[in-house]
Design a protein around this ligand. Sequence first.
Ligand code: CP
Ligand code: NVA
Length: 307
Amino acid sequence: MQIKHFLKINDLTRKELEYLFERARWIKNEFKQYRRYWPLTDRTLAMIFDKNSTRTRLSFEAGMYQLGGNAIYLSTRDTQLGRGEPVEDAAQVVSRMVDMVIIRTYEHSIIERFAEYSRVPVINGLTDEYHPCQILGDIFTYIEHRGNIAGKTVAWIGDSNNVCNTWLQAAEIFDFNVHVSTPPGYEVEPERAGLYGTDYYEEFFCPHDAVKNADLVTTDVWTSMGFEAEEETRKNAFADFCVDEEMISYAKKDALFMHCLPAHRGEEVAAEVLDGPQSVVWDEAENRLHTQKALMEYLLLGKVEIK
Ligand code: CP
Ligand code: NVA
């Protein structure tokens, strides 16, 4: 079987992603019924983390155990990667010892270099540019709550970061629209977002205009990991970009609210919204587990028959 990596959401086709959603539904149901499902017995996942994580680490590590396999967490701080071992060398060594690798790091080019030298599938657990596993879970969550996302409008408020870029790529795959509103100077960078002439998104100066009639409103931290030095400047620049009750009132009445988490109540989102009736953030976090289990199964075993 040819190695498949998951570095960007469009590394898989719409058909493959839809298969993963279907599979995740089955895997989630088995899990909820406390039924054992161990297709990855004796398989090992290496988890290389250059940045902090709660959800991504936990969902991959627990997910791998729940599928019957093993996971090894490697922080850059205590591997030779942190002392300058070339990524290409690490990739050749790590991929001779394990069956799959997930990496959370800074520039996307690091993970691309790793994948080029890897003998086994590599999964992007977040880079400065993309967060494909997040959007996999988010779209699954949308489908669970509202059905098909095609033709719907997603409003992205705040920083045009890795999560935003991945929503934009997903829009092209699943045929929905994204309305983006960022402060001046923080707009979408199409090349960095991996977009080539797509007309699936529109930028709005005023966040209320972006949210108008949206089916889903979403945001993320103003300062992503790696940008801490800009925190104070960003707090000032983003002050009008808090998703609060007034802002979300411009969306459709049944609009959902999502946030990849961790969230800062009173900054990018008001507590009343994050903890309010439109928010599905806890389902969204949980679904990282189920969708990534489907992803790992697919990357290692290919399509399995859905019972
Ligand atoms: N949403 C997300 O990726 O969370 P963590 O940073 O906790 O992994
Ligand atoms: N945009 C955030 C997402 C964290 C899950 C970051 O990169 O820090």
